[in-house]
Design a protein around this ligand. Structure first.
Ligand code: 26W
Length: 768
């Protein structure tokens, strides 16, 4: 897009005058942010209109979560006006960097939601007609603070700065009906800009409102209170994102959210097709739908219901659904596979429930063995089974994960429908995760191999001949990024990290299977080793954590408390100060990630093998030239395939070994036989840390006591972990180590989300 500075500034000024009765000189930061954003939106209006009107087959990405992060910089970048806008603002004495205060749109928990955001960007950048359908939560993922080392949660008022990147489309509002409630679903459309290609797709987020915003009649009849109550119920549906990641809570409000999202989206899509004169019997000619995990799977019976209302028979409707829907699984954890109480669902959505029953009957009618194949059993509805039965394709998100789905989690289903199961390895958008977050590194790459990699990440391999020559620039830029991160951490967390320290980073949601606890115990092992002299010349290392724990997840919160205690111990010990720092950053989110990922020396990806479906943080670090310290889990396996295992640091039990070990596992035995482990572990109970809450005690017990102690083999993998970790830390700083970093960067091509969405388009969506 050609950028005309004067025109742009004058557009900004017009918006300031019309919307805020302000001008450049007098506008507040917030007003300016809104005006700049709106002016940029206006530039892309024609492209957006074109895409909305186009007749091609489109895919709807149905997701309860879109973790978009901050939009302004990535949008300006993709519109090709980031530098222009920066210059323009500078010329009037303003700094684009000030918009760093703008809140993230954190309408997602973690990996699944961020993946959805990357896919939207990559699809637009690859000119693929993909639109997101989600929920416009009034409050996104909670804001996290630490008080005395404990996590505290606050509401996330993400709209504080306004929402200039959305447009409310009242004319597209639809009514969503529950047995006990009728609400209005109002869409807010966010443009999704392709990278410098003039493509603008849409993320449509639905907000719930009362059907009649203000009922004058009721008010006049003195029923005003009743109206207020209805009001309350209606907005409640989209009030807040559920902060659970990987655990199914079974809350009816969550079911309401899920149904609200899919019913509104499908009604909207069908109504527009009808208005265009399309035949609904040919729905699959114009649409397909990707169900992002089980959360939107209730779309299947809802479409059955809607089509039957249009006069189709169940079989006809079923046939349409089986061509339109596809299902992605993002986790094998049993506690995360959604199941709903049949009575509760039938109370809330009787007609939808009937369609689920019909699916079950159809299945029985086919003569399938009901002990293996069921949707409803013991009055519980298994949403994953419903999805697999109806969907055209089912995919896992990394090779190893898809294999586990096929041979274990959904073994029977795979034997029944082998052609349904496919793998699409996850990816990340290289625009946000290299161009934008690490611009200096991007420039160095451009200078050597040109800019094609911006949209064809495989081209990064052309860097390989330049690796030796690029080392000085690489280490210089990494050093600058580290200094910036250290300053930011000093300001926001109050912890001083010398930037010559190794930055060893573990950032992701807090979950036992991700084993932040393993990392924590290794730190204590090194700490006591340094103190008692058994470890000499320990390479100075800063251990950096970032993670939110689900508010009701006791063990996860205990791990946060433990690591914060370790940080206190280590950071206040003058004797180890030359060797170690520990910091747990507060409120880790997309914007924090952008700062961290480009400044890391070590990427910790240490889940118990078989548990992490893919991981995408691992890819972000790799793309920024960071070695992985990890298990053979999720996409780590493919990272090693691409970059060479010798260029990463792999440890621990493999999936096969995990299965073997678990048969006779005795953590107490491991504890006795692992040097240094006991000392580290017993800090949980020996008074090293004060434990009034009893949390640390519980953490200890989770590893050594009870029915299945140490479920995630923290103790089992400890020895191998510290061995490989120490090897890594001692390699740090050598030329060989720096080369490993760059080989990783140059080998990251496979992990572009552009590749992922193209795979989806070809294998699943059949769109061009
Ligand atoms: C019902 C509660 C609930 C909430 C969230 C269940 C499951 C989830 C998600 C499936 C959790 C999630 O985000 N999974 C992550 O998805 C990423 C994208 O595919 C993967 O990279 C991660 O490995 C996986 O943990």
């Amino acid at each position: 897009m050609k950028f005309e500075k004067e025109k742009f500034l004058s557009a900004v000024n017009d918006i300031l005058r019309a919307d805020y009765a302000a001008e450049m000189e007098t506008a507040t930061k917030k007003e300016l942010y809104n005006a700049v954003s709106k002016a940029a939106m206006a530039l892309a209006f024609d492209d957006w209109k074109k895409e909305k009107k186009s007749d091609k087959k489109r895919c709807g990405y149905f997701s309860a979560e879109f973790l978009m992060g901050r939009s302004i910089y990535s949008n300006l970048l993709n519109l090709g006006i980031l530098d222009g806008a920066k210059e323009a603002l500078k010329s009037i004495g303003k700094d684009l960097g000030e918009f760093e205060e703008v809140e993230d749109a954190a309408l997602g928990n973690g990996g699944l939601g961020r993946l959805a955001a990357c896919y939207l960007e990559s699809a637009a950048s690859s000119s693929l007609p993909l639109d997101g359908y989600g929920i416009r939560y009034r409050y996104g993922l909670f804001r996290q603070t630490f008080e005395d080392g404990f996590q505290h949660e606050e509401g996330d008022d993400w709209l504080k700065w306004g929402d200039p990147w959305s447009v409310r489309i009242d004319r597209d509002a639809v009514v969503v009906e529950f047995a006990d409630q009728k609400v209005l679903a109002v869409p807010y459309d966010m443009p999704v800009f392709g990278y410098k290609n003039g493509v603008v797709n849409t993320l449509r987020l639905w907000s719930s409102e009362p059907v009649d915003a203000f009922d004058f009649e009721a008010f006049n009849d003195m029923k005003g209170e009743h109206t207020a109550e209805e009001n309350f119920h209606a907005t409640k549906i989209t009030d807040v994102l559920y902060p659970n990641d990987n655990t199914m809570a079974g809350k009816i409000l969550r079911l309401r959210q899920q149904y609200f999202l899919v019913s509104a989206s499908l009604q909207d899509i069908l109504a527009k097709d009808k208005a265009k004169g399309r035949k609904l019997s040919e729905l699959d000619k114009y649409h397909c739908f990707q169900l992002n995990d089980t959360h939107p799977v209730i779309a299947i019976p809802e479409l059955l219901r809607l089509l039957k209302n249009e006069g189709f028979s169940f079989e006809e409707a079923f046939s349409i659904c089986s061509k339109c829907f596809n299902f992605t699984n993002h986790t094998i954890m049993a506690e995360a596979l959604e199941k709903w109480d049949a009575l509760a669902l039938s109370d809330l959505l009787p007609d939808v429930y009937q369609e689920i029953v019909h699916c079950q009957e159809r299945m029985s009618g086919e003569g399938l063995d009901p002990t293996k194949f069921f949707i409803i059993r013991d009055n519980v509805i298994h949403m994953a089974n419903l999805a697999i039965y109806v969907a055209a394709k089912v995919n896992g998100v990394a090779e190893i994960h898809t294999n586990i789905l096929k041979t274990d989690t959904f073994k029977e289903w795979n034997e029944l429908y082998p052609e349904k199961f496919v793998n699409i390895t996850n990816g990340i958008t290289p625009r946000r995760w290299l161009l934008l977050n690490n611009p200096e590194m991007a420039k160095e790459i451009d200078a050597r191999i040109g800019t094609e990699w911006h949209t064809d990440l495989k081209k990064l391999k052309n860097l390989k001949p330049y690796i030796n020559e690029m080392l000085p620039a690489f280490t210089r830029i990494k050093g600058e990024n580290k200094a910036k991160l250290a300053a930011y951490i000093k300001e926001h967390e109050g912890v001083e990290i010398p930037s010559h320290f190794i930055f060893d980073v573990q950032v992701k949601r807090l979950h036992e299977y991700k084993r932040q606890l393993l990392n924590a115990l290794s730190i204590l092992y090194f700490y006591y080793g340094i103190k008692d002299g058994t470890i000499e010349d320990f390479p100075p290392t800063a251990f950096i954590f970032g993670a939110k724990a689900a508010p009701g997840y006791y063990m996860a919160k205990a791990v946060i408390k433990f690591i914060n205690e370790i940080a206190n111990l280590v950071n206040s010990d003058a004797e180890v100060a030359p060797y170690m720092r520990v910091v747990f950053v507060q409120n880790y989110n997309v914007s924090y990630a952008e700062k961290i990922v480009c400044a890391a020396d070590v990427s910790e990806q240490i889940s118990m093998a078989g548990m992490e479906a893919s991981g995408t943080g691992n890819m972000k670090f790799m793309l920024n030239g960071t070695v992985t310290l990890g298990t053979l889990d999720g996409a780590n396996v493919e990272i090693c395939e691409e970059a060479g295992r010798e260029n990463n640091y792999i440890f621990g039990a493999t999936v096969e070994e995990v299965a073997q070990v678990k048969k006779f596992y005795c953590p107490r035995e491991v504890l006795e036989n692992t040097i240094g482990l006991k000392r580290a572990l017993e800090t949980l109970i020996d008074g090293t840390f004060e434990d009034e809450s009893g949390m640390l005690q519980k953490l200890y017990e989770s590893l050594v006591a009870g029915f299945s102690p140490d479920r995630y083999l923290v103790l089992y993998d400890f020895a191998d972990y510290v061995r490989v970790k120490e090897e890594l830390l001692r390699d740090y700083g050598t030329e060989e180590f720096n080369k490993k970093c760059l080989v990783n960067l140059a080998s990251a091509g496979k992990f572009s989300a552009d590749r992922s969405v193209k795979d989806y388009a070809k294998l699943i969506w059949k769109i061009k």
